[in-house]
Design a protein around this ligand. Structure first.
Ligand code: ADP
Ligand code: MG
Length: 265
């Protein structure tokens, strides 16, 4: 996918497994949101295709595509109406029971139960003042009520403070366990990806640099870029040469005997 002269997503090919959380990480501008928007069909690719359950998303009506996917962004519009109605917006004709179930799963139900029906608002002097985390939970409930095939998250926790981010991350993990839903989770926070995702794709300049389990990404980085991006504190890098089956660190007397699998390198 390119915009004018800029290639935002470049020759990317991957599969998201049913029921997994695929984490997409990478610095700002690496193409994460563009990739998500391609899956949502908000953007059309210049080349290539997106399939869900083997069906090209261009062959599906926009309405049914919209029903099959739910998305939570970093900032989500909450409307000046009750939380119930904000959640109900996720699905045409959703019943009260469905709204309450979604609210319960997203752990925002105490707010809609506390206030008499119709009185709970998202902001305002007499209404509830929702924190950032609570607003995100309303957005998550609104996404869930669709019971979509695919959940897409674009940095949903980035606006929350550290403690709340940790807690909401945990709740999302529990939610995923309960729903067993397929999720694509974009974040620039590697810890978020390492703790939530079953597999992680590390993006750089529109390409996927490595795709693997958190353990693979962490223990066996495929490139120096991945090695430098993952891990806190970050990995030290030293120049070295291999001589006589040993690693000689440049500018020092240090010689390290290599594990057998590298001896021939
Ligand atoms: P990320 O989400 O990883 O921060 P984006 O996918 O938003 O990255 O952006 C990737 C690249 O594509 C950036 O260089 C960005 O400026 C460019 N880009 C994204 N969306 C548009 C757009 N609608 N028009 C022009 N350029 C865009
Ligand atoms: Mg983005």
């Amino acid at each position: 996918k390119s915009f004018g002269g800029i290639t935002a997503v470049d020759g990317v090919s991957f599969e998201v497994r049913e029921g997994e959380i695929l984490g997409l990480i990478g610095p700002n501008g690496s193409g994460k949101s563009t990739l998500l928007n391609l899956i949502l069909r908000l953007y059309e690719p210049n080349e290539g295709r997106v399939t869900i359950d083997g069906v090209d998303i261009r062959k599906v009506t926009r309405d049914s595509l919209r029903r099959s996917m739910a998305v939570v962004f970093q900032e989500n519009m909450l409307f000046n109406m009750s939380l119930r109605e904000n959640i109900r917006l996720g699905k045409d004709g959703a019943t009260d029971a469905e709204v309450e179930e979604a609210a319960q799963l997203a752990q925002i139900d105490k707010f809609i139960r506390m206030a008499p029906k119709g009185y709970e608002t998202q902001v305002g002097e007499r209404g509830l003042k929702l924190s950032g985390g609570e607003k995100q939970r309303v957005a998550i409930a609104r996404a869930m009520i669709k019971t979509p095939k695919v959940f897409l998250f674009d940095e949903p926790l980035s606006n929350l403070d550290a403690a709340l981010r940790g807690r909401t991350r945990l709740e999302l993990a529990q939610l995923h366990q309960r729903l067993g839903a397929t999720m694509v989770f974009v974040t620039h926070d590697q810890i978020e990806a390492m703790t939530l995702a079953s597999r992680i794709a590390v993006m750089r300049d529109g390409r996927i640099e490595q795709l693997g389990t958190p353990e693979e990404i962490y223990n066996e980085p495929a490139t120096l870029y991945v090695a430098g991006f993952v891990g806190a504190p970050s990995m030290n890098m030293l120049q070295a040469v291999i001589a006589d089956g040993k690693l000689a660190i440049a500018g020092s007397d240090v010689r390290i005997t290599l594990p057998a699998r590298y001896a021939g390198a």
